[in-house]
Design a protein around this ligand. Structure first.
Ligand code: 3VV
Length: 202
């Protein structure tokens, strides 16, 4: 059995394809009629060209999310809907974790995430905070836990089209319970706050 389920070139191709899918999803909400047809045709041509000659995608860096084999030999693909470069739904975070604290940047987010005009849908505000708080709890504990409560306070609308910062901190550990809090900022403005409880498996 090979050590990895696919070559690095194939992983790079998969992430390139995910990028094209992201652009298409964005373009579908930006263009109409003939302009949309031209846009879709140009994007699919880029994908066809890469499939025909993957060497044109020679990676400047390694793929972010290459699949791997589990200990039992199953193919494992990172499906995370916030962080996986292979999941076209994922807004993609750049995250730094140290001790009890995580700081992530995300965006600018495109229109697929729009709630009120020009603003991020509130559910996605929760998704971003849930992920970063889960990550800092995981980092602190060294094992996965379940989000039990997540209380969100929306302080001000979150603009699309700007880079956002999401911060999380572990505040207390009490047996199986880990408490964490954080906020989502646009520049210096705190747009949303979150606090919650993560429960470790029995
Ligand atoms: C996700 C991890 C899975 C493993 C994966 C491995 C690798 C993964 C790698 C990468 C994944 C990245 C994934 C990111 C994910 C982002 C976050 C999510 O989306 S998580 C999914 C959404 N959450 C759920 O689906 C939970 C659904 N709820 C449950 O399953 C249960 O309710 C659960 C497990 C959370 C708790 O059930 P009980 O029966 O084990 O625990 P009880 O005994 O009820 O409570 C434990 C303690 O907490 C207190 N407690 C419970 N609720 C409380 C509350 N509201 N306030 C205060 N205390 C509370 C209780 O009094 C108890 O305390 P006392 O230990 O006795 O001191």
């Amino acid at each position: 059995m090979d050590a990895t389920p696919e070559t690095t070139a194939d992983s790079v191709l998969a992430e390139f394809a995910a990028g094209i899918c992201r652009r298409m999803a964005e373009g579908l909400l930006e263009h109409t009629g003939g302009e949309l047809r031209s846009f879709l045709s140009a994007e699919s041509a880029r994908l066809q060209a890469a499939l025909a000659d993957p060497a044109t995608l020679e990676p400047a860096e390694q793929p972010h999310d290459p699949p791997r084999f589990s200990r039992k030999g199953h193919v494992v693909i990172n499906t995370n809907p916030v962080t996986s470069h292979r999941n076209v739904l994922a807004p993609l975070l750049t995250e730094k974790l140290e001790d009890d604290r995580a700081v992530a940047t995300v965006g600018p987010l495109p229109r697929q995430y729009q709630g009120p005009r020009g603003m991020l849908h509130g559910g996605y505000v929760g998704v971003l905070l849930d992920q970063v708080l889960w990550d800092v709890v995981f980092h602190r504990l060294g094992h996965a836990s379940f989000t039990r409560t997540l209380n969100l306070t929306y302080e001000s609308p979150v603009p699309l089209g700007e880079e956002l910062t999401v911060e999380g901190r572990v505040t207390k550990i009490d047996g199986r319970k880990t408490f964490a809090e954080g906020e989502l900022r646009s520049g210096d403005t705190v747009c949303a706050r979150a606090e919650g409880l993560w429960v470790s498996p029995r």
